[in-house]
Design a protein around this ligand. Structure first.
Ligand code: UDP
Length: 327
């Protein structure tokens, strides 16, 4: 059995990763405390409810499944919240990851795929980032993920832990089959909020800042379809299985969209106006985060298939109309 522990497997990206793993012949074991995830999203392998801060529970799960690898998604990920409650990010993201890493090495599981973020780079206006770009996070979320990258590097030196680290840009879209989707409570992400506003499920979307140094004054982000993103993770696992060693990969498309451009594209896909108002900047937001992904393409053979803005909004809109988790 090719068991893989997937922390955060009940969440948005983790649940899509479990489906991709199942389809590639692995058994994804979801380890999730359901603080932000949904048990209904665990459909593709066993579920073990547990918290990263509970070391004994982690040890039990490693002993029970003897996994060949860990895929670590579980984390708090709201930039704004990380600025007002940094302790939550350092405790859960950093200390929780340390517990997981120690449990993995103690169980002899030395392959680790980690979900990091472009927020580790911080604000570097008007550059297209790559894996060698300097990392100067400007929010606690990015700083917490950066710290975990360092822990992984240290544990490679001490325990030969091999890791593939993916730094994501913005993740969007949903499983086109509608089996799993994006549903956060509370929701803070641009595309689901925008679709809710279109559908009249919440008030007008607030554009966070219109005075950035960008062509239309709103922030620019690089959006990747969640299905393409999780495909890269399966390739990362194969990379580790083939003993190719630790590696960092940025997962972007090289193309940025401003908030206003995302709104325009949504109008085009849904044929509906997006009710919106202009508001002040959100603390912690970078002006522009865009990356190429040449390394992932050439070394992993990653080939994104669905990462056009149109496709991402289409799949998100389909899920928005047909799928949801109850609680
Ligand atoms: N954004 C916005 N209004 C919202 C939510 C997000 O204008 O209600 C903007 C946000 O400032 C950022 C972009 O949309 O420029 C993407 O934000 P999101 O929270 O989706 O992802 P993040 O970039 O924080 O990971």
């Amino acid at each position: 059995m090719k068991n893989v522990i997937v922390t955060g497997g009940a969440g948005y990206i983790g649940s899509h990763a479990c489906k991709a793993l199942r389809d590639a012949g692995y058994v994804p074991i979801t380890f999730d405390n359901l603080s932000t995830g949904w048990q209904e999203a665990v459909k593709f392998g066993p579920f073990e409810q547990g918290d990263l801060l509970d070391r004994a529970r982690l040890d039990d799960v490693f002993a029970k499944y003897k996994p060949i690898a860990v895929m670590h998604f579980a984390a708090f990920s709201q930039v704004g919240e990380s600025m007002t409650d940094p302790g939550k990010y350092w405790r859960n993201n950093v200390f929780g990851s340390l517990q997981l890493i120690e449990a993995a090495v103690d169980a002899g599981c030395l392959n680790f795929v980690f979900s990091s973020t472009c927020a580790t780079f911080g604000d570097q206006d008007n550059v297209v980032l790559n894996e060698e770009s300097p990392q100067f996070p400007i929010n606690s979320y990015g700083a917490s993920k950066r710290a975990i990258e360092d822990i992984l590097a240290n544990f490679e030196q001490s325990h030969n832990l091999k890791s593939v680290v993916f730094r994501y840009f913005n993740v969007a879209g949903c499983d086109p089959d509608g089996e799993v989707g994006e549903f956060h409570q509370p929701e803070t992400h641009l595309i689901p909020l925008m679709l809710d506003a279109i559908a009249g499920k919440r008030d007008a979307l607030t554009i966070y800042g219109t005075d950035y140094d960008t062509p239309d004054g709103t922030c620019i982000r690089d959006y990747v379809h969640v299905c393409d993103l999780v495909d890269a993770h399966v390739l990362g696992l194969e990379w580790l299985s083939n003993n190719k060693g630790s590696r960092y990969f940025n997962l972007g498309t090289g193309t940025g969209f401003s908030v206003r451009e995302v709104l325009d594209e949504s109008r085009a896909v849904t044929n509906k106006e997006v009710p919106h108002v202009e508001g002040p900047r959100r603390p912690g937001d970078c002006t522009k985060l865009v990356s190429g992904s040449e390394r992932a393409m050439t070394e992993l053979g990653w080939s994104p298939q669905r990462s056009t803005m149109k496709e991402m909004i289409k799949d998100a809109w389909h899920w928005h109309q047909t799928g949801h988790y109850d609680k």
